[in-house]
Write a protein that binds this ligand. Structure first.
Ligand SMILES: NCC(=O)CCC(=O)O
Length: 337
């Protein structure tokens, strides 16, 4: 033992945090949060046609897939142990209209995809969104009348769309539109149609964010969108309001809650988990994905490391899982050990 007394000894005394960090085995032993394949939900983009795997320029490594190709990809995801996927359609422009009427076509693209995926890969969970934005000619999540997104009429429509999605085999309905009262209305609609076992994952706190840019390219709504979504999404400045919004969704019967975007909103994840104790998910959205990809492609960061780090941070912030475009890469990574 050294007989020299260092200045720091007086400060640390017997308290030395580094003892638990000294070796790989101690670090593993004291690790508080872990990321596993069971934490992953994989969002995928569906396009009409067959045999299509179309790269999305603003999301390197992510493709739009026709239903047949999506089925193949989902099989691979299931083999890797990913528990669930979330589907988003990029439909033909001439099928988009003022009210998003395609959302009410029983065999529309999203419902076709659900049926095909559930038939080929019955053990993977299929989560479908009921927001109207992929179906409207103006890119808004609801029905637009005289420059206003009309709440109650939109809710009536998304309830009908949700029932059709459940009829097609969706396991969880995930409304991302942020209309008031939608969770309770969807719950009643699903129950009345005999879909008591279909769950609801509420996009409880969806913030008006610039991080959604690449997603809008993926489903081709970016060029359509007139104005902004500030009259229905939550301001990034407001946490108390977000908690109130989530509380309403819990009261109305949400089974699971989601925070979106993710990494800039970890305080919301933590507070929501603490407040309600419901299964809580974060959506690592397109802009978050693209930031990591772009920097990694330029050699400025270690993309794989930051992919794993950001996802682990969601777990530390109290999330039970993460919707992430990295899901398959992460599952492969975890399988390597
Ligand atoms: N309703 C789903 C989304 O809005 C996703 C947003 C994103 O990934 O940027």
């Amino acid at each position: 033992m050294s007989d020299k007394t260092h200045l720091v000894d007086e400060i640390t005394g017997h308290r030395r945090m580094r003892r638990n960090r000294k070796a790989d085995w101690t670090r593993r032993l004291v690790q508080e949060s872990r990321l596993g394949v069971d934490d992953l939900i994989w969002p995928i983009f569906i396009v009409p046609g067959t045999g299509i795997v179309d790269p999305i320029a603003a999301m390197p490594g992510v493709n739009r897939m026709s239903v047949d190709k999506a089925v193949e990809a989902v099989k691979e995801a299931a083999d890797l142990g990913i528990p669930a996927i979330a589907t988003f359609p990029d439909i033909e422009m001439d099928l988009r209209d003022e009210t998003g009427s395609q959302s009410l076509v029983a065999d529309n693209l999203i419902n076709k995809a659900t049926a095909a995926i559930k038939k080929a890969v019955p053990n993977i969970g299929v989560i479908t969104d009921v927001a109207l934005d992929p179906f409207t000619s103006h890119g808004h999540d609801g029905i637009l009348r005289d420059g206003v997104i009309v709440n109650d009429e939109t809710v009536d429509q998304i309830v009908r769309a949700a029932v059709m999605q459940a009829d097609a085999g969706a396991d969880i309905i995930a409304p991302s539109d942020m209309m008031d009262g939608r969770i309770g209305a969807i719950r009643r609609g699903l129950d009345a149609a005999g879909h008591q076992d279909v769950g609801i994952m509420s996009y409880a706190t969806k913030f008006a964010s610039g991080f959604y840019g690449p997603y809008r390219e993926a489903i081709n709504t970016g060029g359509l969108l007139k104005g902004d979504k500030n009259s229905y999404y939550i301001s990034p400045a407001n946490a108390t309001e977000a908690l109130r919004d989530a509380a309403l969704d819990v009261e109305e019967g949400a089974d699971m809650l989601m925070v979106k975007p993710g990494i800039a909103y970890l305080d919301i994840c933590w507070r929501i988990k603490e407040a309600f104790g419901l299964p809580t998910f974060a959506y690592q959205v397109s802009g978050e994905y693209t930031q990591i990809k772009a920097a990694a492609m330029n050699g400025w960061i270690d993309g794989e490391r930051i992919m794993m780090e950001t996802l682990l941070c969601f777990k530390r912030a109290g999330c039970d899982g993460i919707l992430t475009y990295f899901a398959v890469d992460v599952a492969r990574n975890l399988a390597k050990g």
